[in-house]
Design a protein around this ligand. Structure first.
Ligand SMILES: [Zn+2]
Length: 307
């Protein structure tokens, strides 16, 4: 309880940009770093959704890249050359907006190995991830001057892949000697959306992305994860429209408890939830007894000893 209280006091104070600017993860071990802890709003002092997974001093996995996350990526001292994969939870602007800037920036690096990018299939509302990339960088895309990042004429290619949102079970997309990356489709109103799990040398972190809990699958994906990053975009009193897109604190607490995760990190914080952390915390703690943190930009969480 004492630990929770201290964490809460430290991180619920006003949008600590100065704190954010000095944060960095340790060179040893596996770490989650929050690039953007905000939602789509501006004037909240937060970048939109973005996360890195660091392993022994290298940023290997990038999850989402919303507005402002690329500036945080720079502040984190991550290198584009080190990235093994990009995972997108969905294609809302506050989760994918900085992708073109990242690709352009890579022109000035020595990256020479392909960069896979995974995201959801499309529907009548949103394009699939492969179509999204084509509409950005393809021959007829808005940024077609960057099309050589797709066609093999540059030292590396951006390689987009779709994850079928009709799948009911967890699917493993990558399984190599470094890590296993798994996904399950989640409900985000009409928007195709994926929750991600990264297991790396016995440690694990799960990203809910934006979701309601209508499909009730996140607790399966998050089973005994070291860290569950849950998007805390609404309060308990949110209306039906907001609940169609996001989960209230009671559902987050329920999922964290059912999955028996070691630590819960609340991100995608929005003006309607900022300043109401104590309320959310007490609702979550009715069900979940582990450590709860409210994320800030550039904050690092180690993926071990999270008891
Ligand atoms: Zn969204």
């Amino acid at each position: 309880m004492k630990k929770i209280l201290i964490t809460f006091l430290l991180f619920s104070t006003s949008l600590s940009l100065s704190f954010a600017a000095t944060s960095s993860c340790d060179k040893q071990g596996t770490w989650l770093q929050v690039l953007g802890s905000g939602g789509p709003e501006i004037n909240d002092g937060r970048a939109s959704s973005g996360y890195l997974i660091w392993h022994n001093g290298h940023a290997r996995v990038l999850v989402d890249l919303g507005s402002g996350s690329l500036a945080r990526f720079e502040q984190s001292k991550a290198l584009i050359n080190d990235l093994d994969v990009i995972l997108l939870t969905h294609l809302h602007a506050d989760h994918a907006n900085d992708l073109p800037a990242l690709i352009k920036s890579s022109f000035f690096t020595r990256r020479d190995r392909d960069l896979p990018l995974y995201g959801p299939t499309g529907n009548h509302v949103m394009p699939s991830t492969t179509v999204f990339v084509d509409k950005l960088f393809g021959d007829k895309g808005a940024f077609r001057y960057l099309s050589d990042f797709l066609d093999g004429t540059r030292p590396y290619r951006l390689l987009p892949f779709n994850v079928d949102i009709l799948l009911k079970d967890i699917s493993t997309l990558i399984n190599n000697n470094r890590y296993q990356i798994s996904a399950i489709p989640v409900d985000h109103g009409p928007i195709p959306a994926i929750a991600w799990r990264v297991d790396i040398e016995g440690q694990s972190v799960v990203f809910s992305g934006d979701m309601s809990n209508k499909k009730a699958v996140l607790s399966r994906l998050a089973k005994q994860a070291d860290i569950l990053v849950a998007h805390h975009a609404i309060n308990e009193v949110a209306n039906r429209v907001a609940r169609n897109l996001h989960m209230p604190p009671s559902e987050i607490g329920q999922i964290a408890a059912k999955a028996d995760v070691k630590r819960l990190v609340l991100s995608h914080r929005m003006k309607r939830t900022l300043g109401k952390e104590q309320q959310a915390l007490s609702i979550i703690q009715k069900q979940y007894k582990g450590q709860v943190d409210f994320a800030n930009d550039l904050q690092c969480f180690e993926l071990k000893n999270n008891k």
